[in-house]
Design a protein around this ligand. Sequence first.
Ligand SMILES: [Zn+2]
Length: 474
Amino acid sequence: MNNVTRRAFLGAASAATGANLMPEPSHSTTRDDLERFPADTTPLFDAVRRLVDETPFVDTHVHFWKESVRVHSVREKDRSLPAPDFGGMLLSHYTDSDLLVSGMPESDYKQLLAWDVAPRDKWRLVAPWYARCRHTGYLQCLRETLRRLFDVDDLHENTCESISTAIAEHTVPGFYKRVLREAANIEYAHVNCLQSTLFREDEQSEMLAVDLSINPLCVPPNLDVLSKLLEKAPTTLDDARRAIDVCFERYGNKAIAIKSQCAYWRNLDFPRSSVADVAPLFARYVADEALTDAEHHALQGHLFHYCMEKAAEYRLPVKLHTGYYAGHNSMPLARVRNNLSDLCPTLLAHPKVTFVLFHIAYPYQDEAVALAKQYSNVYVDMCWTWIINPAASVRFLKEFLMAAPACKIFTFGGDFLPVEMSVGHAAIARKGVTQALCELTREQWLEESHLPALVERIMRGNARECFDFERTRG
Ligand SMILES: [Zn+2]
């Protein structure tokens, strides 16, 4: 653990309570902190930056592999994960999209993940493409991670080997806690498991809570999953609803929230059809008969709404992917553009359910501000967005705070598979939160004396109010 990393974790007590924003002498900040923020050394900026650096984030959305899987992969050379080097761990998620879109050949990109390619050879493949996209949020996130975890300023021919060695060496039991708490100053994180169907019980810990993924229950219903829940094959709509009951009985008190990323494969209007209308459709679905698109929509909508009723019963916030798609060469913009207007009937139908709009619906964040302002049950989560577009995220946060109640925003979710990149993402987010609050204060929209309470609220207080972490821990 280097000095930069240790310094990032200074404890939250003073930030949570201090109402006095007058800056302490700047000698208490260090040279490389100032290098990260060279443009502004005014007392206001210095004070806000200190406050934001010292306040822990609750990270409301990540996809981490299990720590034990990471450790096993290194120890046993298990190649089911990407190589434990700079290519496999630091360029494999999100960053890959910018590299490929800038022109890197797919075949060369695959070499970055491989176990049998030396770091210097990987660097030779990626260097021209890294140069082309080094200014994007994804690559800035990479460099913040390098600085804070590995004490290295940039990726190049002379650092790629030492970074790779450090990644393999730090992958030992307990390293998630060290990375998240000490290097990223994260209080705890919400895991959305991409690798399992509904829930991952063994992942829970003092650092991690887990989302319940409802996609296999409804959009579309996965008959194997329903069968496992019921311990028999479902034949009727009543069976499907009973399977959903069982799922919530099993996981409802253990989950931190509900998650659905069905916006990746369907639009977000969910018709609320009656049992009488949908029962025959489910019978045909089970019999593998063809359904029209409208019939599929009716069936999925019915089961989705049933899940929303369970969400209300178990008081679980519902996190929905909205806006921009991960990956590349795949996003149907017309569907994305309609995400939030499609959702409105569902928001109205379940006033007791808290809906969390992920990723600020980027690039339609104005609509997200409007919904959070208009609907009492709508919250917005900035997970992933700081690195999709840092400048737009600053703009969004400023406008959100001017329009909607400050209790309705979550300002950080790292959203990565590799835990290491949380560190850089949290640094980018802190820089953006600092910039947004300083600009609003200078423009005389915010009062300086209110900043400590506001920082505490938007970085973790709202998450503490909205998500019941204690309940998930039994
Ligand atoms: Zn995600």
